[in-house]
Design a protein around this ligand. Structure first.
Ligand SMILES: O=P(O)(O)OC[C@H]1O[C@](O)(COP(=O)(O)O)[C@@H](O)[C@@H]1O
Ligand SMILES: [Mn+2]
Ligand SMILES: [Mn+2]
Length: 331
């Protein structure tokens, strides 16, 4: 795998096919966060994951620029937007990271926390760093051309039920459990559909929505814009649809959108959010979840579960990795 990855990177000049290499970064983040799981300290979870991911990226042969990161931080050397990551040689690319999506879940010892990273060609990723929230819709491939974020919720649920050949009561919609979603949840339930309320973690939820057999048919509601770009990258690799609409919360955010000529109400597709034909998405489980198992220990050896996918091959790998901690003294 590594040899062919290397070759592809050399001949194409792009960071494609490098998914398994890139997974080292989400694995490092998950491994570093795992001692903090259940200890109630969100900052410790995030801090450990961010530094480990950053260090691991330095060993990966890409010339990456973080487009979706931890915000524009001037102080701590973290994964801030605009930061260059990777070894500096290899393909020039945009990088989106969420070292832990579900920090609170991990701190509370709850399931579904993941570490996620996506890479695309340089300039391919939508700059969503300055408007925090995005309204989102994600569903499987059958929903293409049928569902639309601008339609009433009821209409989307009925359309999805029809295209899937079910009654609305056979539809399950994932929604972040937030007071702002109370009306949304009422509207969904009024159609007969079920709602799976999530304490956190809408990247994994969007993947569940596009993935047949996950038990989730649709994801609706607002969440972080950075997570929207990561979910869009995943959907580009897995198939299915993702739609996002920036949801500004302040005059500063509205001004930022205006300055960039972003019409309010514009619906962004997965391809608008992550363009190009070379997209790689990797995620590693931190705590056990519906998508991935969390970090666990087998006879003292840490084991991780990662998902690796790319648009070029359309392949999706579930990778189980043993991480023996070698004693330098014994080689
Ligand atoms: O908690 P809010 O403000 O509703 O934001 C929702 C966002 O936070 C999360 O639940 C958790 O994100 P982090 O763990 O990266 O902070 C995301 O999955 C989601 O997009
Ligand atoms: Mn995070
Ligand atoms: Mn997040």
């Amino acid at each position: 795998m590594t040899a062919s990855t290397q070759e592809q990177t050399d001949t194409d000049g792009l960071a494609v096919g490098a998914g398994v290499d890139l997974a080292a970064s989400t694995q490092a983040a998950a491994l570093a966060a795992s001692p903090w799981v259940g200890r109630g300290d969100k900052n410790a979870v995030d801090g450990a994951a961010v530094s480990a991911m950053r260090r691991a990226l330095a060993g990966i042969r890409i010339d990456g620029t973080v487009v979706i990161g931890e915000g524009e931080k001037d102080d701590a050397p973290m994964l801030f937007t605009g930061e260059r990551v990777g070894s500096g040689d290899g393909a020039a690319c945009d990088v989106a990271v969420d070292p832990i999506d579900g920090t609170r879940l991990a701190a509370l010892g709850l399931g579904n926390a993941i570490s996620a990273l996506a890479v695309a060609e340089r300039g391919a990723m939508f700059d969503a760093s300055s408007v925090f929230y995005m309204e989102k819709l994600a569903a499987g491939p059958a929903a293409a051309g049928i569902l639309d974020l601008r339609l009433p919720v009821r209409e989307n649920v009925f359309r999805l039920a029809e295209v899937l050949g079910r009654d609305p009561d056979g539809i399950c919609v994932a929604v972040l459990d937030r007071p702002r979603h109370d009306d949304l949840v009422t509207e969904i339930r009024a159609t007969g559909a079920r709602v799976r309320l999530l304490p956190d973690g809408d990247v994994a939820a969007a993947i569940a929505a596009v993935d047949a057999g996950s038990g989730v048919d649709l994801m609706l509601g607002s969440g972080g814009s950075p997570e929207g770009v990561l979910a869009a990258a995943a959907v580009r690799c897995f198939g299915g649809i993702f739609q996002g609409r920036l949801w500004p919360q302040s005059d500063a955010e509205r001004a930022w959108m205006g300055d960039r000529g972003y019409e309010s109400g514009r619906v962004l597709s997965a391809r608008d959010l992550v363009a190009g034909d070379d997209v790689v998405f990797v995620a590693t489980g931190v705590t056990d979840g519906s998508l991935l198992r969390g970090v666990r220990s087998e006879l003292g050896v840490p084991v991780t579960h990662s998902l690796v996918a790319d648009t070029r091959t359309g392949m999706r790998h579930l990778v189980e990795t043993r991480h023996p901690q070698r004693d330098p003294g014994t080689g």
